[in-house]
Design a protein around this ligand. Structure first.
Ligand code: PEP
Ligand code: MN
Length: 307
């Protein structure tokens, strides 16, 4: 563990704050909310998600264009077409977007359309991919491997950091267990440990942990209560009709209710949540126009502070 010299804290109050757009940050006091479907299915689907959730507020929209599916016969994602859809949603709604990359070749392609690149659980120890992302000009969300130890998870992040990319967000998404009632087990202890050990922002994905939509809201609240810097949740305009991960998808109404319910939990643990009206006004005031007008920016440096 000591070898992870870039990922580990240099003092107990060392933490990194990463700017995801002009107005969205993660790792500071404010809780980050990322939401969207498992897979990008159509422009209409993504547009409905972004327009209904922008004022919730969801700060980042997710959607997979390249999907890591257990079976080669399952839907593999829309690929390039999915990326184009993400680009147009990003511009129209002025919201940063995140999408998964599964290979080195997909990095440049996805980086032309997305602000944040995700490394999925199945690729957490794809070291060549991690090294390549270390020189990519994008923030990376690194998801914990299905059966990775906390030490392996931190060392995977170290691969990206060691190549010069300091913009890494860790995501606890549940680990395998003997119990098939839930898809995985959300490891809250991992969130606590990562917050103690590393200065990197830590978020939770309760959707892939639970695998069942009725468990997602309570697990999200638990993750925030134990110190997560944000959550990433799957939701869909017609959850039952999701082409992937339908069983765990929340409706957009349930997603809004979940965000609302996080406020007292966040405040109880000394965190803040973006206010609906404020973020709505901020969008009107210019975030939309700025994102629409310019190409994706090169990455600004992550701010690392020792408070
Ligand atoms: C996803 O985020 O859609 C996904 C495939 O997640 P994971 O890699 O955690 O299974
Ligand atoms: Mn999914």
């Amino acid at each position: 563990m000591l070898e992870a010299k870039l990922a580990l804290k240099s003092s107990s109050n060392h933490r990194s704050v990463i700017a995801l757009s002009d107005s969205v940050m993660v790792g500071g006091d404010n809780i980050l909310i990322i939401a969207g479907p498992c897979s990008v299915e159509s422009e209409e689907q993504m547009d409905e998600v972004a327009s209904k959730l922008a004022l919730a507020p969801v700060q980042v929209i997710r959607g997979g264009a390249f999907k890591p599916r257990t079976s080669p016969y399952s839907f593999q994602g829309l690929g390039a077409e999915g990326l184009e859809i993400l680009s147009s949603i990003r511009k129209r709604h002025g919201m940063p977007v995140v999408t998964e990359v599964m290979s080195i070749e997909q990095i440049a392609q996805a980086a032309r359309h997305a602000d944040i690149l995700q490394v999925g659980s199945r690729n957490m120890q794809n070291f060549e991919l991690l090294k390549a992302l270390g020189s990519a000009e994008r923030t990376v969300i690194l998801k914990r491997g299905l059966a990775a130890t906390i030490e392996e998870f931190i060392l995977a992040a170290e691969y990206i950091l060691s190549q010069g990319n300091s913009r890494v967000i860790l995501c606890e998404r549940g680990i395998r267990s003997f119990d098939s009632y839930t898809r995985n087990v959300l490891d809250l202890g991992c969130i606590v440990a990562l917050k103690q050990l590393t200065h990197l922002p830590v978020i939770a994905d309760p959707s892939h942990a639970a695998g069942k939509r009725e468990l997602v809201a309570d697990l999200s609240r638990a993750a925030i209560a134990c110190g997560a810097d944000g959550i990433m949740v799957e939701c869909h305009p017609n959850p039952e009709l999701s082409v992937s991960d339908a069983r765990q998808a929340l409706s957009l109404e349930d997603m809004k209710a979940l965000i609302e319910s996080l406020h007292p939990i966040a405040h109880a643990v000394g965190r803040t949540m973006s206010d609906r009206r404020q973020s709505g006004l901020a969008l009107v005031a210019g975030a939309k126009a700025k994102l629409a007008a310019k190409q994706l920016p090169c990455r600004p440096a992550a701010r690392s502070s020792r408070l």
